[in-house]
Design a protein around this ligand. Sequence first.
Ligand code: PEP
Ligand code: MG
Length: 575
Amino acid sequence: MRLSGLGVSAGIGIGRALVVTRGMRQLCFRIPERRVGDELARLDSARVHSRVQIEHIKQRIADAAGTEHAYLFDAQLLMLDDPMLVERAAAIIRDEHLNAESALQRALDEVSALFDQLDDPYLRERKGDVADVVGRLCVNLRSDGDPIDLFRDVEGPLVLVAEELSPSLIAQLDFQRLAALVTDAGSWTYHTAILARSMHVPAVAGLRHASGVIPPGALVAVDGATGDVLVDPPEDVVADLEARSRKRRAYEQSLDEYGDLPAVTLDGAPIRIEANVELPEEAVRARLRGAEGIGLYRSEFLLAGTSATGLDEDAQYLVYRRLLEAMDGRRVTVRTFDVTEAQMGLSRDGEHSRSPLGLRGLRLSLSFDEVFQAQLRALLRAAVHGPLRIMFPFVTGVEELRAARTAVAHAADALRADGVPVPDVPIGIMIEVPSAALTIDLLAEEADFVSIGTNDLIQYCLAVDRTDDRVSGMYAPLHPAILRVLRHVARGARRGGLAVSVCGEMAADPVLIPLLAGLGLREFSMAPTAIPASKQVVRSLRLSDTIRLASRALKAATPTDVERVLAESFSAARR
Ligand code: PEP
Ligand code: MG
């Protein structure tokens, strides 16, 4: 079987499918033979727990509404003992070595297929009861262990196949075990895709139905460049892919030497290349690849598996300090939490807004003072260990920047009052909302630096949801509007004497670096893996050529026309 999606992290990965559905609540995979006994015991214990629970519910309903209304639960109790359900699942565990959740799912599918053939609509509807029983069994299986712990036991390289994967969740996984990630949802700037690129894990997103059609345990080959996903491919195809993968690795290694070289154009202009980091341990990789600093540390990844209130000041201080120490005197820019209320696990009145346009980023921090102060104090305390910069996400204008500066001053005063030394820390903002881009002249008066987040800036300028694969074709970094907005920010920053960098995914595409340089941008921050190729490109450029390229691109009317201009200049440079 061949599926086709959006390649979002290049490279080839081959491994056994671990299928994750219902938001990580259900993991389906093949278990090693030695685990079969444990798995059968888990299933049995889930059955025992489920029986106790259903009997309890039945009693409550009988007490409240009379025994005649409790009969439904008799049917559920019978289902627990039906040989076609739990016993069938046990047979699947024994014979096919699937984990209990996948075995139950399979048994449910088989029973459902039988129900579908029935003529009696009343009986057909009982299918819902079987699903209810299976749902309960799965919940009870889960109480026997965290699914993430279970997957530690699965052997071999794994291809994680999921409907959707939250970045905070994959941040908790062991990347050494992952040959590739494939998701039904998502697109290029989906945070999970960004993380996959950072961690060098091939990934394909936007596959729509992969989690429903790829059987757990199947051999899956993923090409993160083309977006092809092959299920149980023939041996010769696997051999061919492995050969391509080796070639790719050799090419990447050949670029490694550029990591150590300075990023200077042929006409002597220095370009600053830094790394985007989501996990503190990536700092080492960033340095190895030649990063001159960390241009964006997405601190919200610290919230993986915890809530903002569960993450105290000292724990954060240690992480920021570790980053600064790992970068050994190089600049580290930490962005304060950029999440929505729901992702932060916070809300004032029990109402969670998931909207990216609700309480998010700096707005959210400003409305939860305790959480904000804890983060700022941790940052200011860490700043004695190296050149730290604090950056605020999702700023719409000067007032928010002022409020953030007041919060920083408050945190610094409180620390100094306690005798804690606090150095001066540059304060900057992301330019990722059109209103901030348009008021760059005003922001330049009050910010110490800015960094352009093209991922959000593009989605809000073009009104295209960056995480929705159905409109990903309209997510056009080369749209004339984007080129104009970038030129506007670069000019405004230059006139205001403001340092400006680009940390969105546009900066990680070596093909776009000449254009960005020509638009006046000189600092880029990207996934560590992209650094050597970017340095190679920088070292082959003349700024005067890039300026001509940008002015031609600015005359083009459509993204396709801009692409043509880039392609022409690329082939002229190779001639
Ligand atoms: C951006 O929006 O470009 C950015 C770098 O931030 P994030 O991708 O985390 O939203
Ligand atoms: Mg952003």
